[in-house]
Design a protein around this ligand. Structure first.
Ligand code: ATP
Ligand code: MG
Length: 207
């Protein structure tokens, strides 16, 4: 029996959009993966450069977006561990949950460029095969992969979708549509829970 192949799509997913879903679907088909597990990151203790939406909202939007695909699943490992997420912990946890499986960690061109700076990057390559997907605005060249083990990384060209969560959040804040950038259920979830709206400006009672 051949070994099970499991893709891992890590992300903040604030919100999940069609760029994430196309990346996961393309890599699933390319490597004939049995499943792709989406892993929303945990909530950072300290604010980084912005407030990240609550983990439960990001988790639920990821579930909504992936529910119809029988090969897509969502894991809470990074959320339930708490604190900032390090990919090494994600891979250790998923290795334990999928004993004997080959893991394929999927990341966009922007994230693969930062790989060498990641915590325990040498151990990372022992735990998973890395798949870098192309992303508009983040070109990869020979220097991107310099110093990384060639046999543990594959670059996969995917249909270019110039969509980012940052742009989706800004659109909602400006009252612009995100229809067709994110799945319909995610548009509705954002509206229902009033995500990404700018906080109302408090009026100065003295004026
Ligand atoms: P933000 O703007 O908040 O950083 P994002 O759109 O980059 O959001 P993330 O949750 O940061 O989304 O990304 C999760 C993973 O998906 C990363 O590896 C990222 O490179 C990849 N990714 C995101 N958008 C795309 C896209 N349009 N095409 C290919 N890969 C993408
Ligand atoms: Mg990002």
């Amino acid at each position: 029996m051949s070994r099970r192949r499991v893709g891992i799509m890590g992300g903040t997913f604030d919100p999940i959009h069609h760029g994430h879903l196309v990346a996961a679907s393309e890599v699933q088909a390319w490597f004939d993966l049995d499943e792709v597990v989406f892993v929303p990151t945990g909530q950072p203790w300290q604010k980084a450069d912005r407030d990240v939406s609550p983990a439960e909202d990001r988790y639920l939007m990821t579930v909504i977006a992936t529910a119809a695909n029988p090969r897509f699943n969502v894991s809470r490992v990074d959320i339930d561990r708490g604190g900032p997420t390090y990919t090494i912990d994600t891979l250790r946890d998923l290795t334990a949950l999928h004993p004997g499986a080959d893991l394929y960690f999927i990341t966009g061109a922007d994230a693969i460029a930062a790989l060498l700076t990641w915590r325990n990057h040498e151990e990372l390559f022992g735990l998973a095969h890395f798949v870098g997907v192309t992303r508009p605005g983040h070109e990869m060249d020979d220097t991107t992969l310099k110093g990384l083990p060639e046999d543990r990384i594959t670059i996969v060209e995917i249909p270019a979708l110039a969509i980012s969560s940052t742009d989706c959040r800004q659109r909602v804040a400006r009252d612009e549509p995100v229809w067709y950038l994110v799945p319909d259920g995610v548009v509705q979830y954002i509206g229902k829970h009033d995500l990404y709206r700018l906080p109302p400006t408090t009026e100065d009672p003295s004026s």
